[in-house]
Write a new protein. Sequence first.
Lengths: 348, 341
Amino acid sequence: MRQAVQLLQEDCARVAEHDAGGLDALRDSHLLVTGGSGFMAGWIAEMVCHLNEHRRMQIRLSLLARNRTQFQDRLPHIASKPYVTFLQGDVRDIVDLPKDVNFVLHAAGSPDNRNHTTNPIGTMITIADGTRALIQAAERAANLRMILNVSSGNIYGRQPSSLERIPENYAGAPACGGVESAYAEAKRYAETLMTAARSQSRLPVQTVRPFAFLGAYQPLDAPWAINTFLNDALQKRPIRVMGDGQTVRSLLYGADMALWVLTILARGRTGHAYNLGSNQGISLESLARKVSSHLQPSPEVILNAALSRNVPTSILVPDTQAAERDFGLRVLTDLDTAIQRTLKWHQC
Amino acid sequence: MSKAVNVLISDPTLRDGNHAVSHQLTREQIATYCRAADKAGIPIVEVGHGNGLGASSLQVGLARTDDETALRTARENLPNSKLGIHVIPGFATIERDLKRAMDYGVDVVRVASHCTEADLTERHIRFCRANGKTVFGVLMMSHMIGKDMLAEEARKMENYGAEAVVIMDSAGNYLPSDVKERIDHLLETLSIPVGFHAHNNLGMAVANSITAVEAGATILDGSARGFGAGAGNTQLEVLVAVLHRMGFETGIDLYRMLDAADLAEGELLKEHPRISSISVVSGLAGVFSGFSKHVQRLAQEFDLDPRDIFFELGRRRIVAGQEDLIIEVSSELAAQKKAGL
C-alpha cells in the first residue's frame, strides 16, 4: 500500500511542477467533490494531498459519496488526513452545502456503460435529480466561487470520420434511439440545467467533458479497452482486441487529469466548457501492442478481425486547444509512462 | 498455409443434442464424439445439459452425466477444438458453476437469455470478460420480437462485453426473409460479429443458416445429423458442405466431419431427428422445440391432441424454463374438453 501511495504522490509531484501558479486560487479554500469515491475523486484527493503537504496550500477537501466502505477501502491513506472529510449521502438528497465551501466539483454519476445499459432510467434520474439538488443547495451557499460540472465526451454523439478531433463547439448529439444514449443525453440535460442556473440564479458554473483515462483507481474489469488490455497483460494471458483494432481512442493519465480539473476549477471563467482528455489518438491495436511491450515476456496480441464485417472505424478524440489556449494545459504524461505507472500501481 | 476461417462453426451436438435424449448422454458418448469433432477441426464444441450449465434438475430434466464429468471428459478429448458451454443465468451461477467450469478448461462461454431479457446476462458476461474467456451473448426464442427490439437487446450484450451475439431460432419458426431482416439490422446496429442458431421444425434450418451467412453473420451453429431439440438443429455436415461449396472457409475437414456425423448417428442417437407432425406444429406455433417430449407425455396423460397444447402454448407465448406451465395449460385444456367447451 505504501508503495502504491508513493507512486501516486510521485506522479502528482511530477505533474504539479508544471503548474505556473494557476492553482493558487485554491489556497485556503474548501473544495467539495460529489462522486467522492470514483476515479476522478481519487486523483483529485491525491493531488490535494500533494498540494497541501508540499506546497502548503491548506485546501480542505470534502468528498460526498454514498458508500463509506468503498471510500475507506479505496482511499484509506486519504481518509485519515485531517483536512479530508467524508460526507456519506446521495447527491440527490443534498440540501445544504457545507457553509464555507468555495469550490464544487460535481463528478457524481458512474460512466460505466454497463450500468447505463441495465438501468437507463435510474441513470438519467440520478444525473438529472443530482444536478438539480446540487444547484438548489449551491444557490444558498454564500461563499461559493465556482462549480465545475463534470459532463461527458459522449454528449457529442458519434465523431464523424472526417473530424480528427472534436472541438467544444461541435454540434453533434447522441442518437436518441439508442439504449446507451441515456447517460449522454442525461449529461447534456445536466449541462443545460447548469447553464440555466447560471443564467437564472447567477451561479458560477463551468463544464468539463471527460473522454478516456487510465491510471490508478480504475478497476481492471471496467468496460474500457485499456482496462481489458491491462487485465489480460497482468494475468499473463494473450491480449484480445475486439474487432479489427482500428478503433481510435485517446487516453489521459489520472495525474494529468487531476491537474487539468483543478486548474480549470481555479482559473476558469463561468459559462465555459472544456474537453478533458488527451488529443493524441491511438488505435486499439497499437494500444494493445504498447501494453504488451511493457511486460516480459510480452503477451501475444490477438485481433478478432476475421469475423467482423463492414464495421466502420470509430474515433473518439477531443480537441483540447481551448484548454491549452486558456490555461496552458497539455498532456504531461506520455502514454508509455502512463501505461508503465498504471501497471506498476496494479502490481503494488 | 491454411486459409483464414471466415465462418466460425460452433457445434452443440453434445448440448442441444442432450435435449433429444432427455439429457442422458454418457461420459463415453461425450468422449467419443469429442475425439471425432476434434479430428474434424470443428472450432467450438459445446457440451452440457440441454439447458446449459447448472440446469440439471427435476423441472427441466436430470442429466445422466454431471457438469464436472462432462466438461472434464470433453476437455481431455478436445486437444485442439475449443470447449464451449451454454450458460443461462439463473440455472448457472457464477460462484457455483462458472468458476468451476473455467477451472475445467472451458474456452468459450455462451451466455444466453430469453430474447427480451438481455439485462440478466450482465454479471455473467462481465465475469467471463474479466477472466479472459471468449464470451458470446445468445438471445433465445428470437422470433418472438421484432428486429428493433432484438437489436436493442443485442446491443445490451455488446455493452456488457460480449464479443459476438448469436440469435437462436429456438422454435424453428423463421423463414429466410425473417432471418435476413434480423441479421441485416443486427449488423447495422452492432460492431461485433453476429451468429445464428437454427432449428429445423419447418425444414428451413440449412437454408436459414445460409441466409444468415449471406446477410453477414459469421458464426453458425450446427449439430451432427442435426442432433438437437425437437426437429433438431442445422445438420452440421450438410451446412459445412454447402458453405465450402459457396467458397466460405470453416477450417473443418469435410471427410472427417462426415465421419463424425456417421459416428454420432451410431453412438449418440436413439432416433434420428426428424420433422414430426408435432415439430411442424411447434415451429408454426413458435414454441420452444425442447418442449416436444413434455407436450407429448402430457397429451397422453390428459388425453389431448398435442397440437392443441402447442398452439395454446404459442398463444400464451411461453418460453424455455416455463416447463411447469405446460402442465397448467394441459390441465386447463383437459378441463375445457371435459366441459365440452
